[in-house]
Design a protein around this ligand. Structure first.
Ligand code: SF4
Length: 334
């Protein structure tokens, strides 16, 4: 690990001003925010991240989970994953988010990890973590060792010829299904970005993962209430039962009315370069009866455009079965 300076931000404007001296908000920035540190410090130990300065933002009052006058739920950027997953408002209105968070990492990590840190969680691609390997995301223009290399865990949707890294988060998949909005304060003031526009596909510039600019600080996430009667759930398939990343996962929200699907949201994890909202699956399900055949047809639609690599072709069928099973579970809830 490289030496670094640690400073403490007492206000949001102070934090934004200090981080804005970086030329990028992405990986490799010389000034980085730190909250729980469960992801960033790992990468600093590996010299993948070598910031000259860390800005400790834990003193900013951004750790609350609360219901707003418009009934949406506001989750502070510094709310710890454990606190969010176990919060009464989240368990009541968004069980899918609680389940997704609790399916990830370990209790100790969830106690430290923050909501915004989880939003910005880095890929588990092994080459990204190895500074001796070619990796366009870590070192633009150096190549992608994963294409033709070890890519069993990596993405099949949203990939490019420059990067096939999967987004590793469970929380983000649930937030994508819930249509969350990310609230940001930057040098030019405050702005709000739908989660569907927050993440960037890798394209030719996989080093740019989000719309965040230098200085931008995620302050909170807002989640609108679902229509009354909507049931939600998260299903995660992985190599072992705990402390493991998804091979495929599905976050679903379904409301039935008169034996038909009146409202539906679908997002997939483990298979996309970004948390993968599947409008194809939603379109296939809208207005249909909740039958195994219709669920399977939606799962097939969800995999439209999938581009498997040498070792992860199994994910296409796995993701289909994961989504089919998640929809079955949610629609059979009492
Ligand atoms: Fe790097 Fe992306 Fe290729 Fe992995 S998949 S080696 S993160 S460029």
């Amino acid at each position: 690990m490289q030496p670094f300076e640690l400073i403490t931000a007492n206000t949001i404007p102070d934090a934004v001003k200090a981080q804005a001296s970086s030329t990028t908000a992405q990986q490799g920035a010389p000034v980085r925010y730190i909250a729980g540190g469960t992801n960033l410090v790992d990468f600093m130990k590996l010299n993948v991240e070598t910031p000259k300065q860390l800005i400790d933002i834990n003193g900013l009052s951004l750790d609350k989970v609360e219901q707003m006058p418009d009934s949406s739920v506001r989750i502070g950027a510094l709310a710890r994953n454990s606190d969010v997953a176990n919060h009464a408002l989240i368990k009541e209105h968004f069980p899918v988010l609680s389940q997704a968070i609790l399916s990830g990492a370990s209790t100790q990590l969830r106690n430290m990890a923050s909501t915004a840190g989880n939003l910005l969680q880095k890929t588990r691609c092994v080459y990204y973590r190895d500074t001796a390997s070619a990796c366009n995301k870590r070192q633009p223009g150096s190549g992608c060792a994963a294409i033709g290399g070890h890519n069993r865990m990596l993405a099949i949707l949203g990939t490019s010829d420059h990067c096939i890294a999967s987004n590793p988060s469970d929380q983000n998949v649930a937030l994508a299904a819930l249509g969350a909005t990310i609230h940001i304060t930057g040098l030019k003031g405050e702005r709000s970005v739908p989660i569907s526009e927050f993440y960037l596909l890798p394209g030719n510039t996989p080093q740019n993962e989000t719309v965040l600019a230098p200085g931008d600080l995620v302050t909170h996430v807002s989640v609108p209430l679902l229509p009354a009667g909507t049931r939600t759930g998260y299903l995660k398939l992985r190599d072992r039962a705990s402390y493991e990343f998804a091979l495929a996962s599905a976050a679903v929200a379904v409301k039935l009315n008169g034996g038909r699907i009146e409202f539906v949201r679908v997002a997939l994890g483990g298979v996309g370069t970004v948390p993968w909202r599947s409008h194809e699956a939603e379109k296939a399900l809208q207005g249909k009866a909740p039958t195994p055949e219709n669920f399977r047809a939606a799962a097939v639609a969800a995999m439209h455009g999938a581009r498997p690599q040498s070792q992860n072709g199994f994910k296409v069928e796995l993701a289909k079965r994961c989504l089919t099973h998640a929809l079955t579970q949610v629609t059979q809830q009492a």
